[in-house]
Design a protein around this ligand. Structure first.
Ligand SMILES: Nc1ncnc2c1ncn2[C@@H]1O[C@H](COP(=O)(O)OP(=O)(O)O)[C@@H](O)[C@H]1O
Ligand SMILES: [Mg+2]
Length: 379
C-alpha cells in the first residue's frame, strides 16, 4: 500500500484522496486548518503551515511517505527539492512544484522553450509597473507573482489605474516577494484548460479541452469538450507536451491557454488537477483525480471516454461558519445533474463551497441553473 502525503486539503485534494483510496492508498492530508475537505476522507491529517520550512521537513520525516503530492502552490518548495535528493518522490517532480510556485519562474521556462505567451514583463514598484505597462501598451493585466485564484489580480485600462493596481496586487500577495507580472491583455475568443497526463510507462496523453469562464480571476463555470479548430488543438497539445516534459515526472497537469481567432497562447500551468477540471467528475469515465492517481501510481490509462458535461460553482456570500445549503433538492431534481459539497467549515465572500455538475445536451445551462438554486447559509 502506497503512503501519500497530500500537501493541501481543499476540494481538489478531497476528490484526489477519494480516487487514491479507491486504489488502496493510505493518505495523510495536510493543511493549515483542521477539518479541511480532504482531511474528512483521508486516513490521517496534519495541521501546519506548508510555508514553514521546519514544520514541512518534520512532517515528511515523521510520515516517510512513498509519494508527496502537492495540491496547492503555497508550499516551501525548497524543502521538496531537498527531500527529493534524499530519495523521497515528489509529484510530478520537485522542480515542477518549485517552478510553478511563482508565476515568473514557469513563465520564464515557457519562454525559454519557445512557447508563445502574451507580451509580459515584471515590476517591483509602482513606478516600475507604470513604465512596463506603458512599454507593453494598455490595457494590461497585473498579477502578483505569488498568488492564486485571482487574488491581487486587476486590469489597468490606463495609466491612472496603476497606483490602485499596484496596491491591490500588494494586498493579494503571498510570500515575501513584492513582485508582479504585467501582461498584455489578450482579447481571446475563449480560454481552455488542457488536462495533460504524463505517464510512468507510456506516452503523454490529453483530455478533451475544457472551456471556462472566469470572474475576478476565479473560475465560475466550465464545460467539456470545448470545440476548437484541429490545428489550434494540435498547437495546444504540442505546447503542453513541451512544457510538461521539461518539468518531468508523472501525473496530471492543467495547462491553460487563450485561444484567439488566429492562434493559441500559453498562459499558465498547474502540475496537479485543476479547478476547471472538476467537470471531469461527470464528463469522463475517469475524472482528472482518477487520472492523477493512476498516473502517479504507474497504472495504465488505456482510454478516456468523454461525454458533454459542465460544472458551475456555488459561492458563499459572507463570512460565517458551519455552513448549510438550501435548494439542494431543487438542484438535484433534474436528471443527469449532481452536486458536490466540499465541506469547508467556514465561509467568506466568494469562497467556493460546492459545485453543480451536469451532463448530456445543454449540460452547461443545466449546471448553471442547478448552481443558482443552491444557497449557502450561515448563522
Ligand atoms: N493576459 C491576459 N489577458 C486576458 N485575460 C487574462 C490574462 N491573464 C489572465 N487573464 C484572465 O484571468 C484569469 C486568471 O488568470 P491566471 O493567470 O490563470 O491566474 P490564476 O493563477 O489565479 O488562475 C484567466 O483565466 C483569464 O480569464
Ligand atoms: Mg489560472
Amino acid at each position: 500500500m502506497k503512503k501519500i502525503l497530500l500537501l493541501g486539503s481543499g476540494e481538489l485534494g478531497k476528490e484526489f484522496t477519494i480516487s487514491a483510496k479507491r486504489l488502496g492508498c493510505h493518505v495523510v492530508a495536510c493543511d493549515s486548518y483542521a477539518g479541511a475537505p480532504a482531511m474528512q476522507v483521508a486516513d490521517e491529517f496534519c495541521v501546519f503551515s506548508m510555508l514553514d520550512e521546519k514544520a514541512l521537513r518534520n512532517v515528511i520525516s515523521e510520515h516517510k511517505p512513498d509519494l508527496i503530492v502537492p495540491e496547492i502552490e503555497a508550499i516551501r518548495t525548497e524543502v521538496l527539492l531537498e527531500v527529493e535528493k534524499k530519495g523521497f518522490e515528489v509529484i510530478p517532480s520537485a522542480r515542477a512544484a518549485n517552478l510553478t510556485m511563482n508565476r515568473d519562474r514557469i513563465r520564464d521556462v515557457a519562454v525559454g522553450l519557445g512557447v508563445r505567451t502574451a507580451k509580459f514583463s515584471y515590476a517591483e514598484s509602482a513606478e516600475d509597473l507604470r513604465n512596463q505597462a506603458q512599454a507593453i501598451g494598455f490595457p494590461v493585466v497585473i498579477k502578483p507573482v505569488m498568488s492564486s485564484s485571482g487574488k491581487g489580480q486587476s486590469v489597468a485600462k490606463t495609466e491612472a489605474d496603476i497606483p490602485s493596481s499596484w496596491e491591490y496586487a500588494c494586498e493579494g500577495m503571498r510570500g515575501d516577494r513584492q513582485k508582479v507580472i504585467v501582461e498584455e491583455f489578450i482579447k481571446f475568443e475563449f480560454e481552455i484548460t488542457l488536462l495533460t497526463i504524463r505517464q510512468r510507462n507510456g506516452k503523454t496523453i490529453f483530455c478533451q479541452p475544457i472551456g471556462h469562464v472566469q470572474e475576478r480571476g476565479d473560475y465560475q463555470y466550465s464545460w467539456q469538450p470545448q470545440a476548437m479548430k484541429p490545428a489550434h488543438l494540435q498547437a495546444a497539445e504540442a505546447m503542453a507536451e513541451k512544457v510538461t516534459s521539461d518539468l518531468g515526472g508523472a501525473g496530471l497537469f492543467g495547462v491553460e491557454f487563450f485561444v484567439t481567432k488566429d492562434e493559441v497562447i500559453f498562459s499558465e500551468l498547474s502540475p496537479r488537477p485543476h479547478d476547471t477540471g472538476m467537470v471531469t467528475l461527470i464528463s469522463q469515465n475517469l475524472s482528472e483525480f482518477d487520472l492523477h492517481a493512476r498516473a502517479i501510481l504507474g497504472l495504465p490509462i488505456p482510454q478516456i471516454d468523454t461525454v458533454e458535461g459542465a460544472s458551475a460553482v456555488v459561492l458563499a456570500t459572507k463570512e460565517g461558519s458551519s455552513p448549510t445549503f438550501t435548494g439542494l433538492a431543487e438542484a438535484m431534481s433534474e436528471p443527469s445533474t449532481d452536486v458536490r459539497i466540499f465541506g469547508k467549515p467556514t465561509t467568506r465572500p466568494y469562497r467556493r463551497m460546492a459545485i453543480a455538475l451536469a451532463k448530456g445536451p445543454n449540460a452547461l445551462e443545466k449546471a448553471r441553473a442547478a448552481a443558482k438554486k443552491i444557497a449557502v447559509v450561515t448563522a
